[in-house]
Design a protein around this ligand. Sequence first.
Ligand code: F6P
Length: 482
Amino acid sequence: MASVLVASNRGPVSYALGGDGSLDARRGGGGLVSGLSAVSSQDSVWVCAALGEGDREAVRRGVGEPGVRMLDIDPDVYADAYNGIANSVLWFLHHHLYDIPREPVYDAEFRRRWESYRAYNRAFAEALAGAADEGAAVLVQDYHLALVPGQLRELRPDLRIAHFTHTPWASPAYLRMLPDDIREELLWGMLGADEVGFHTWAWASAFMSGAHIDSATGVAEPSFPAGDRRRTVNHRRWAGPGANRTTEVKVYPLGVDAEELRALAYRPAVDERLAELRAEAGDRKTIVRVDRTELSKNILRGLLAYRELLTTRPEWRGRVVHLASAYPSRQDLEVYRSYTASVAALAEEINAEFGTEDWTPVLVSVKDDFTRSLAAYRLADVALVNPVRDGMNLVAKEIPVVSEQGCALVLSREAGAYEELREDALTVNPFDVSETAEALHTALTMPHPERTDRTKRLATASTALPPQRWFLNQLESLRGPA
Ligand code: F6P
């Protein structure tokens, strides 16, 4: 039993099954891993899904890490919940990715998948209910698990529950695209929490603005008291007769652990990759980007902006290299696969159009290679972070922290990081390719002293709330004054 519990789709460890039946444990990094390290593993449990055959085999054999509980969910239910709902519906809603050919279709098939999503969430709620001490604090992560707080509240009214959304939150108009009963179920799921958290005020406000319910399932009303920043949604569900319940809406902008990141970025393996990249780039300026190949990252418009830069400002031909790292993401889904292929194809097109014998304009790596990314961070003269919408975007915060010679940041105004970094970044409308091309030119020509000054301030802002503090602030807020 535990007094602190975390729930997320992806856990801190995963297992690869070898041909000889061996299981190889791979530990992941990320904000939650270092956040939870602040809590003793005897008092904490991390509930996550078994994601592949290796993880499932580990569950069957009873192999695991202390404090980690993997759920072996039926693979069909999991695929419907993760691919069919979380990454096809909720991801598209919260990132505003629907367009005419990809408009949502909410039909019987969608409802069947939604039942799987509900069952998948239910498996988490039951595991948490069975592992939590009386009054324990439970921190549920992300859009995969939006129904868990409500489900858990019904099973265990004594618990203190928080939900944190790492993505943006859909605007009210987008959220209303969901069938009414599903939208209400989603909101009630979230409102089962004592606190819901977001990276920025923009996403917290979007949640508040859309959190009205007035139907047979109950009434929920957001309240925006003038003059203070305490935001709540008031409702009666799960409260005693005549009593009110409130869900607080809070903002915790996740930052970077400078020491940990620099230690990673200055390892010998990264030095070697840096030497390779330097050899490839020569003495040219570098524009760096690092993303998962996922539509909200706007990699195609970024490449179009680079092409426009080379077209309208031919003085840059042969004098700049675009280092792009694109980690293939969610490749079970056709829409993500074809996006990945389009990124590689456009990079090739640009190389064919402008490349010369001794100059390749775009050096793109379409694989999960964090060592190369860290080397590119160190080498960057310019960082391009241009998502159409993004919960936070930690790449924008990581590059200034490890950059060797100061790096000008071209940043989308729709990235969560914009709220903290806008003053020292060159900010762009991510849909405006010409403006982005111009910002790349300004970044490339920024005088060195200005670039280093801005980078220092960007690094300071980026490290304001490192993961351990980010996590502990939420835990302390949830538990109330000691
Ligand atoms: O941005 C939201 C988020 O859940 C991140 O926390 C995480 O990096 C990513 O999306 C998860 O992607 P995946 O589908 O690969 O687990």
